[in-house]
Design a protein around this ligand. Structure first.
Ligand code: NAD
Length: 523
């Protein structure tokens, strides 16, 4: 049951579109909530919410659909992903409008999400058959012991996703789960639910059987436990604080989980960097989606020798950014998504300034552009004791620090409990790799901010420390959604003394065998 959304005359999205997307949500049993467009304040919808009965129903439907899907040849499942890829690219204007309307981000930053989904759909379509094929490892006694390692989908996977990259984080984690033979129950953030529902709709139009990927709607702290309580695996993206709650709930049920959490990411400009290029790319690395990007840079450490040149050019580039969130490519950076984001950003900047930080660019809200706009902000003279020094802002605020050596830069980069992403700038790629390996982060980009590592879908992405556990992308991003089952068939002879053979002779024979296997360097 889905409650028809009520829309005001100045609705930000067409009522018919909203109504048809909501058909993929199992919701309506709990009171609706109003959702508005951050950039303009226009109403989007009265979003129906899911009751416990709705959640029960969603899981029952998903379980019923999953059995048949798991028995469908992988090749057919892969074909759905390929068609989904084409649909997302062909209909990008429609989904870009929805993403921008729900988040307030600029179109260029919304396009990053389209790219992410296309890359992941293509990647998992190309590797799924190989990753899911039955493996035949050597048995304990070669030839006599025949072993199959089969892959079994977990069942129903819960994908609990936040609002900042609503298409990428809802779809790119669901696709490998689906192609592996699972059903998915999405719990998108209310603010960006329609984006996730569009992805589900596109997948159904690409041939995904109905019921396999559905959404339940509600605030995480209200329905999160109910969703995790019914799932066979949970994939969560959000803050480290909530990650701990999810881990506790999943642990209680002994189900697997993957947590993609926060970051306080460092960018290092070494003495031999291409400074102008660094000063240009760093803008994207810091201010994509107005800094509401887990991978974005909030700390920049610059070698003394290039500090003045880098900071001069970087600040000039930041000041030149055009703010706006119109549904076209004319703006460079959009709005923040919520009042609470604006409050956090303002309080971090105000606290730093009150304690002696210098504002080199930005530093103020722009209510003239929309309720939650805030200028891209660069701070200097940031010191321990200022909130922004250590805490994730998750907004358009970056601090620049002068360092005297690579060692000082690496030590400062690692002075955090987070470990999500980092960036190193040098003209010497070998040196870049070496410095990268010393940084405690799940991904390090040399001469890039985040897209080089993030966009390489064959490489795993995820955090160290309190930035998370588990990985998305790469083989790891699919294998987490399956269990292995080892089937070993013993033929001809038992693994035991032959008739009439003593245990002692058996032990001697086996000892000889173990020695031979090692000498022959066998597995
Ligand atoms: P948050 O943890 O408050 O909320 C994130 C999502 O989790 C929301 O949709 C919320 O409804 C849901 N949620 C909250 N409590 C829940 C619960 N008990 N059970 C289930 N779901 C629950 O975080 P936020 O501040 O809204 O989001 C920003 C954070 O997410 C930042 O820390 C950011 O770095 C992180 N993030 C990480 C990644 C990544 O890939 N590592 C990506 C995007 C965002």
């Amino acid at each position: 049951m889905t409650t028809a959304p009520t829309l005001s005359a100045d609705a930000a999205l067409p009522a018919g579109l909203v109504r048809s997307l909501l058909e993929h949500a199992v919701a309506g049993g709990a009171p609706a909530v109003e959702v508005s467009a951050p950039a303009t304040g226009q109403r989007i919808a009265e979003l129906p919410q899911s009751s416990v009965d709705d959640i029960d129903r969603a899981f029952a439907t998903a379980r019923a659909a999953q059995g048949e899907w798991a028995a469908t040849p992988v090749r057919e499942r892969v074909a759905v992903l390929r068609r989904f890829h084409d649909l997302v690219l062909a209909e990008q204007d429609a989904i870009l409008d929805i993403v921008q309307t729900e988040t307030g981000k600029s179109r260029a930053h919304a396009f990053d999400e389209v790219g992410d989904v296309a890359v992941n759909a293509r990647y998992y379509a190309s590797v799924a058959e190989k990753l899911l094929a039955t493996r035949k490892p050597r048995g304990v006694l070669p030839v006599l012991t025949q072993v199959d390692v089969r892959h079994r989908p977990k069942g129903v996977v819960a994908v609990i996703s936040p609002w900042n990259y609503p298409l990428a984080l809802a779809a790119s984690d669901a696709l490998p789960a689906l192609v592996a033979g699972n059903a998915v129950i999405a719990r998108p953030d209310n603010q960006t639910a329609l984006t996730a529902l569009w992805a589900i709709d596109a997948a159904v139009r690409a041939g995904l059987p109905r019921g396999l990927w559905q959404a339940v709607l509600g605030r995480g702290r209200e329905i999160g436990g109910e969703v995790i309580g019914r799932a066979d695996y949970v994939d969560y993206t959000g803050s480290s604080a909530t990650g701990r709650t999810i881990a506790r709930q999943a642990g209680e049920r002994l189900i697997g989980y993957s947590l993609e959490l926060g970051g306080k990411n460092p960018l290092l400009v070494l003495a031999d960097a291409d400074v102008s290029r660094a000063a240009k790319v760093a803008v994207r690395a810091c201010f994509s989606s107005a800094g509401q990007l887990c991978e974005s840079m909030e700390r920049i450490y610059v070698h003394d020798g290039v500090y003045d040149k880098f900071v001069g050019e970087f600040v000039a580039n930041v000041r030149a950014l055009k703010l706006g969130a119109a549904l076209n490519y004319d703006s460079d950076m959009g709005s923040l998504t919520f009042q609470r984001q604006l409050d956090t950003v303002s309080s971090h900047v105000d606290d730093a300034v009150a304690k002696g930080a210098t504002v080199l660019a930005g530093g103020r809200a722009r209510p003239d552009l929309g309720p939650y706009f805030y200028e891209p902000t660069v701070l200097a003279d940031v010191r321990p004791g200022m909130t922004v020094y250590r805490e994730e802002t998750f907004g358009p605020v970056v601090s620049v620090y002068r360092v005297a050596s690579d060692d000082e830069a690496v030590a400062a980069a690692n002075d955090t409990a987070y470990g999500l992403n980092a960036s190193v700038w040098t003209k010497d790629a070998g040196r870049g790799r070496e410095i990268a390996a010393r940084i405690n982060a799940g991904s390090v980009n040399v001469n890039e901010g985040f897209i080089a590592a993030w966009g390489s879908a064959d490489a795993p992405s995820g955090g160290l420390g309190i930035s998370g556990t588990g990985r998305r992308h790469g083989p790891e991003g699919l294998l987490k959604y399956i269990d292995t089952q080892t089937i070993a068939v013993q033929r001809v002879l038992p693994i035991a003394p032959l008739p009439g053979m003593s245990e002692q002779l058996w032990a001697k024979t086996m000892t000889l065998y173990f020695g031979v296997m090692k000498t022959l360097r066998q597995k």
